[in-house]
Design a protein around this ligand. Sequence first.
Ligand code: IMP
Length: 200
Amino acid sequence: MKRLVLASGNPGKLREFGQLLAPFDFEVLPQSAFDVPEAEEPHITFVENAIAKARHAARLTGLPALADDSGLCVPALGGAPGVFSARYGQLSPDQPKSDAKNNEKLLADLAGVTDRRAHYVAVLVLMRHVDDPQPVITEGEWHGEIIATPRGAGGFGYDPYFLVPGTGLTAAELPHEEKNRHSHRGKALAQLIERLRLGM
Ligand code: IMP
């Protein structure tokens, strides 16, 4: 089995990626198993941050590395929160990340705005080694709109405000498997698997 390091400390992602990549003979290990500290994410695009995270993990472990970066983009806000999605509501960098504060700021920014369209984005980068000139890069989007009143207890982040067209439900009301099937991350992962299946 080929060992692959996941540039994330999230146990949910580790489990999901581990299960989906096992048929391709990859054993997915968390970067914490190699004492890899979290990488800087200094860039303003998802793809640049995902590349930075994958390269960092590949450099420090000597193994192939997989990284993801994701967030919510609102066209009426020029694409914000974008790469700042996790810390959008933070008033200073030393404050803890808070979904409640992020949602509060999003709603405040959208007050009086009629175009409520929004989409989640996820980018995955698989780097075979630190100098890989052609990493596998895939991207998934999930389009919806932001409602004013939260609904649902599932999901995380902006999900209670993210209305999924055609369902009448927010992302936080969708069953877990349903969300995985439609979500930005699910789509990016399906593409990655397709690329691996084709031997790319
Ligand atoms: P990360 O890439 O997993 O660190 O996610 C970045 C941030 O984007 C999260 O902290 C959330 O605020 C937001 N985000 C990404 N994916 C989702 C999702 O599926 N639901 C809700 N929020 C999300």
